[in-house]
Ligand binder design. Structure first.
Ligand code: XUL
Ligand code: CO
Length: 438
């Protein structure tokens, strides 16, 4: 079997003073933080599609990255090579999880039954690899957005035949998720939205999407899937309006259709940016609604308005993200999937190694700094104090639900001078800097 990443043996933690590019500076997998090794706090996962398949094409140019694994021509041989390369890479970096779309792991055949055969042949091969290693599936999904049959959507298509095809794909992807021991199954509505309301029956489309999700839950539970279903919010791209716009929109949808018991959210950093939110906003909305599930860790570019899926290197953002993860009680079935790809000009296998090391170190630092914020206590203490007027008196009555408009008017008639306090944003930002750089 060929070695695809000969530049590395095992990537180890060497500490921040190390200049070895093939070492972790902050990610020390076994270091115990708050009773758990770092690797369990972070649960890093490799994204099959970007890491093993992405060829660097963009709207203005074709691929720059050779993903033929040594010039292979037969798509099935390439699919096998991806498994070998993926497992070699994960073993060398100490990554214990991966995520896939059905379409990334095996090529489509001439008809559905051939596609299915190809898919299961590779799933079996992946399974043999998971048995030889400690690498597991984090989540699986079906790609119901690429093929022309999904031009009008999949679950929200105007064409029932497209809907049925998506259902058939999801059935197999779910079975594979179970077979590979995955505890998550993602719905990302890649074409679930509309371009113009002039040709769209929004009510029917949303009802149908919910039906597809219900069928998936029913089938998943029947075949022994006891993990979480996730929706991954994204506001635009590819359609002008995506139904899964952001966390709040998705929560409304899940509740309307009674799907909120089985579904949680898979929050992606750059999707939050595209929705006009911060990453931590989306995570907070998920957490306070008990819907925090998993994370697609990447970043966008503030100067570009599309989904650039870059590797995350922003320590501020990773810190605020990990603070939310800790507040949510940590990952259970979810983890940190690097839904990120190297830039078009970074076309060598070595670039993938640098990208993952940098992403993993960024989140390791984020985890360390998030715990420092908690231990420091200044920020939490400030927030607690900021709302202390709700601890007693009229505030307590409001909080407990015993106040009414009449009782509050009565109160105001006797106390109409409202004393205000500063929100101290600049002070809190200085505290954050002090902790991150201190
Ligand atoms: C697309 C995206 C997907 C999902 C899974 O923007 O993020 O790769 O993570 O379909
Ligand atoms: Co994603």
């Amino acid at each position: 079997m060929s070695e695809f990443f000969p530049m590395i043996k095992k990537v180890c933690y060497e500490g921040k003073q190390s200049k070895n590019p093939f070492s972790f500076k902050y990610y020390d997998a076994e270091r115990i933080i708050d009773g758990k090794p770092m690797k369990e706090h972070l649960k890093f996962a490799l994204s099959w599609w970007h890491t093993l398949c992405a060829e660097g094409g963009d709207p203005f140019g074709s691929g720059t990255i050779d993903r033929t694994y040594g010039g292979l021509k037969d798509p099935m041989k390439i699919a096998y090579a991806k498994v070998d390369a993926g497992f070699e890479f994960m073993s060398k970096l100490g990554i214990e999880y991966f995520c896939f779309h059905d379409a990334d792991i095996a090529p489509a055949g001439e008809n559905f039954s051939q596609t299915k055969k190809n898919f299961w042949e590779i799933v079996d091969y992946i399974r043999s690899k998971t048995e030889e290693t400690n690498i597991k599936l984090l989540w699986g999904t079906a790609n119901c957005f690429n093929a022309p049959r999904y031009m009008h959507g999949a679950g929200t298509s105007c064409n029932a035949h497209s809907f049925a095809y998506a259902a058939a794909q999801i059935k197999n992807a779910l079975e594979a998720t179970v077979k590979l021991g995955g505890k998550g199954y993602v719905f990302w509505g890649g074409r679930e939205g509309y371009e113009t309301l002039l040709n769209t029956d929004m009510a029917l489309e949303l009802d149908n999407m919910a039906k597809l999700m219900k069928m998936s839950v029913e089938y998943g539970r029947k075949i022994g899937f006891d993990g979480d279903f996730y929706i991954e919010p994204k506001p635009k791209e590819p359609t002008k309006h995506q139904y899964d716009f952001d966390s709040a929109t998705v929560l409304g949808f899940l509740r309307k259709y009674g799907l909120d018991k089985d579904f949680k959210l898979n929050i992606e950093a750059n999707h939050a940016t595209l929705a006009g939110h911060t990453f931590e906003h989306e995570l907070t909305v998920a957490r306070i609604n008990n819907a925090f599930g998993s994370i697609d860790a990447n970043s966008g570019d503030p100067l570009l308005g599309w989904d650039t899926d870059q590797f995350p290197t922003n320590v501020y953002s990773a810190t605020l993200c990990m603070l939310e993860v800790i507040r949510a009680g940590g990952f259970t079935n979810g983890g940190l999937n690097f839904d990120a790809k190297v830039r078009r000009g970074s076309f060598t296998f070595e670039d993938i190694v640098h990208a993952y090391i940098s992403g993993m170190d960024t989140f390791a630092l984020g985890l360390i700094k998030a715990y420092e914020i908690i231990e420091d206590g200044r920020i939490d203490e400030f927030v607690k104090k900021r709302y202390s007027s709700y601890n007693d008196g009229i505030g307590k009555e409001i909080r407990q639900g015993s106040a009414s408009l009449e009782s509050l008017e009565e109160y105001i008639l006797g106390n109409d001078k409202v004393v205000m306090e500063s929100g101290r944003q600049e002070y809190l930002e200085a505290v954050l800097n002090n902790i991150i750089f201190g």
